[in-house]
Design a protein around this ligand. Structure first.
Ligand code: MN
Length: 744
């Protein structure tokens, strides 16, 4: 029998020993498949390649993972290193196995080396986020463990690279998953390559000291076992030296000597249940002198990764301090194997209290989700979905960027620098050109194509991007680069919001005192500034309009109060009686008015036509009795006369009015023309007005940078009929798309 088959038979014996019901046919088929595919490939050690997957499967078996994991371990390098495919593996060994092998392959293809410190956490997160199924991580960890165990065959450079990567990525992940045993071995193996001198120093020192303490561990172990047997406690006691890296770290980073390290030795007492843990603690403290401040109850307060034990440090008769860790068998399994322990011992996990620290939250969830499900179901539903709100991608230099889930190349570009985003003309993901909307996936390598002649971001980008960082930077760009455009778009957005609120832009801008007050209210020095702020998105048009409306209401109230005050003053000085309001339906008959308006119930009162809607004869109208200025006439469709907006306390001031049969000859009214701007537009308007022989009091035309123009006209007309004719005529001028009356 060849070496490969010899090793495989050994693996199969171990699998059957751990699980007599294992489906060895399927496992053997996986071995034969991998063996055929790797064929004559050799490892650096000179052994056949297949020895490596068999060794990984051995470690997986030691962790007692499920059968799919063992099969996947045997096949784990097939997709990467042979002509085997996902589909073929799915057909022969099922989709689960194919997914696991594919997952491991993805992690293998990633490069994790030589990163800055701040990048490491992102790398670890990406590693876990990419895996999706926690078994993929476990297989990858076992793969790395075997590679570290056989690292002596690699070149010096490769050794350092792999050791660093193991120390910074793999060992912390093992820790996060609560797999202490694996973590310790990875750390010691890495240290041996990263700092061989330091490693061997610690090793030598330890040998010297343990030579002095010859027999200490065995004696102490026997001593403790004896005492606990007397107390009738069922237990197992293990003694050991702490692993080298933990001692190394204390010596080098905390500057301690070996003699200052209290816990070179650690004893574990493993018992049946939690009450026994506290009984043992009592005995240990009775036998030895406890070191003050070293007792820790991780049963009452478990560590975030689920670790539970009682820890205490004591000093024996020989004066050697040592740590004692007391725990149940369940706790022991969790301590050694972490997440992997769930395939081993389902019982007893359900009632454990576990930590809630954010990083470990998902582990807790995994453990909780295990309740009430059978182990197979548990394995099937075990998805690693932490960090689902983040996506991790690489720059072409290999730096990792963390972006919000769903992020696009736009987010990526702006996360590097706003100049990159602003000059972006295209993007490549994993070497392929993609559209700007393409959502990025974990592990993608993203490259931004830029050009000096780029036209800058488009407004759509703000809708496409997912990060606030990108959105803010794009907004900044629009603020600076596109002032003219911002003013034009801002103005039209503002105007339509105002209209919504029942206000007209021209009414506001016509009164410069009012305008100044209003601009102050929105904290802008000039009208253009307000438009620009709305245009680039720094100020919402809706908010600005709401504030203006508030201010208008406030000013209106002040004005009325002032007028009323004046009227009272005037009345007092002349001795007249003041009537603050008049009933709107009077029994008195309507009378003729010199203004062409008949106000029911009021004889010959002062009438003025409101500026907001400039009514002309024929318009349905309504009157408002002002305090001191007579009756102001509004069109019934004027927003200021809208019954829904009238104040209840002023209800009595609204009066019925009607046009007299023979009104005055001319009424002033305002209209606004919107048109596509062109040469001669204002002239055409003036010609049209002259053709219909209407008197123009005022004409003002403003061009907008976006190619449109607004023309405001103040006319004198006889009535609505004449006005309609004028509007008709104006509407026929080429380029004019809207002619409307002000305030309507
Ligand atoms: Mn491998």
């Amino acid at each position: 029998m060849d070496l490969a088959h010899e090793r495989y038979e050994e693996l199969e014996r171990h699998i059957l020993a751990a699980n007599p019901g294992a489906d060895v046919e399927r496992i053997r088929a996986a071995f034969e498949y991998a063996n055929n595919h790797h064929g004559p490939q050799l490892r650096k050690s000179g052994e056949p390649y297949i020895i490596h997957p068999i060794a990984v499967a051995e470690i997986i078996n030691e962790l007692d993972l499920d059968q799919d994991s063992i099969v996947s371990a045997l096949l784990h390098d097939c997709i990467e290193d042979t002509d085997s495919t996902h589909d073929e593996i799915a057909r022969l060994f099922g989709p689960q196995v194919a997914e696991l092998v594919e997952g491991v392959t993805k992690l293998t293809r990633m490069q994790y080396t030589s990163r800055e410190d701040e990048q490491m956490e992102n790398l670890r997160k990406m590693f876990m986020a990419m895996a999706k199924d926690v078994r993929v991580i476990l297989i990858k960890l076992c793969d790395r463990l075997h590679n570290m165990r056989t690292l002596q065959y690699q070149s010096d450079l490769k050794q350092k690279e792999k050791a660093l990567e193991t120390m910074e990525v793999y060992a912390p992940i093992a820790h996060r998953l609560g797999m202490q045993k694996l973590k310790w071995e990875l750390e010691d193996l890495s240290l041996e390559y990263l700092d061989p001198v330091g490693y061997h120093d610690v090793q030598e020192e330890l040998e010297k000291i343990t030579a002095l303490h010859a027999g200490f561990v065995d004696n102490m172990q026997a001593h403790i076992e004896e005492r606990l047997a007397e107390e009738g406690v069922q237990c197992k006691v293990y003694g050991r030296l702490k692993h080298i890296y933990s001692i190394y770290r204390k010596m080098y980073s905390q500057g301690k000597t070996l003699n200052e390290i209290f816990d070179l030795y650690a004893f574990r007492v493993i018992v049946e249940d939690i009450p026994a843990c506290y009984t043992v603690l009592g005995c240990v403290h009775d036998m030895f002198k406890p070191v003050l401040g070293r007792f820790k109850d991780y049963i009452g307060t478990p560590k975030p990764n689920g670790y539970q034990s009682l820890h205490t440090t004591v000093v024996g008769r020989e004066g050697i301090p040592f740590e004692v860790q007391i725990r149940t068998w369940d706790m022991h399994q969790t301590a050694e194997y972490g997440v992997a322990a769930h395939w081993k011992y389902k019982q007893g996990m359900a009632n454990q209290k576990l930590g809630t620290e954010r990083d470990f939250e998902w582990v807790r969830k995994l453990l909780e989700s295990q309740q009430d499900t059978d182990p197979d179901e548990f394995v099937r539903t075990l998805r690693v979905d932490m960090f689902s709100d983040e996506v991790f991608v690489f720059t072409p230099n290999g730096d990792v960027k963390s972006l919000p889930a769903g992020a696009t190349p736009i987010d990526f570009a702006y996360s590097i620098h706003s100049a990159i985003g602003n000059s972006m003309t295209g993007a490549r993901v994993n070497g392929r050109i993609v559209t700007f909307e393409t959502p990025l996936k974990n592990g993608d390598i993203v490259e931004i194509i830029t050009s000096k002649s780029a036209r800058g971001p488009s407004r759509d980008w703000m809708k496409i991007c997912k990060s606030n960082e990108a959105r803010n930077k794009i907004r900044q760009w629009f603020k600076k680069e596109r002032r003219e455009e911002n003013i034009a778009t801002g103005r039209s957005m503002f105007e339509s919001e105002l209209k919504h609120a029942g206000l007209s832009l021209s009414a506001i801008t016509a009164n410069s005192d009012l305008l100044d007050l209003l601009l102050k209210r929105v904290r802008c020095g000039q009208l253009d500034e307000l438009y620009a702020a709305i245009g680039y998105g720094g100020l919402s048009a809706q908010k600005a309009a709401a504030r203006i409306k508030e201010e208008m209401t406030r000013l209106g109230r002040l004005e009325r109060q002032r007028a009323e005050q004046e009227a009272i003053q005037a009345a007092v000085s002349t001795g007249e009686t003041v009537y603050p309001s008049t009933p709107k339906d009077s029994i008195l008959a309507p009378r003729r008015s010199s203004s062409g308006i008949i106000v029911s119930g009021l004889d010959n009162c002062m009438v003025k036509f409101s500026k907001c809607c400039t009514p002309v004869p024929g318009d349905p109208v309504v009157g408002f009795i002002t305090k001191g200025y007579g009756v102001s006439i509004h069109r019934q469709d004027c927003p200021n006369a809208d019954p829904a907006r009238r104040k209840p306390e002023e209800e009595g001031r609204w009066v019925k009015v009607s046009w007299a049969e023979t009104p005055d000859a001319a009424y002033r009214t305002s209209i606004e023309i919107s048109a596509k701007d062109r040469d001669g537009l204002a002239l055409d308007v003036a010609m049209a007005l002259s053709a219909v022989k209407v008197k123009v009091n005022n004409l003002s035309a403003r061009s907008q940078p976006d190619g449109y123009a607004t023309i405001n006209l103040e006319l004198a007309v006889r009535d609505q009929k004449e006005l309609k004719g004028v509007i008709n005529k104006l509407s026929q001028i080429p380029g004019v798309f809207l002619v409307r009356r002000a305030g309507g």
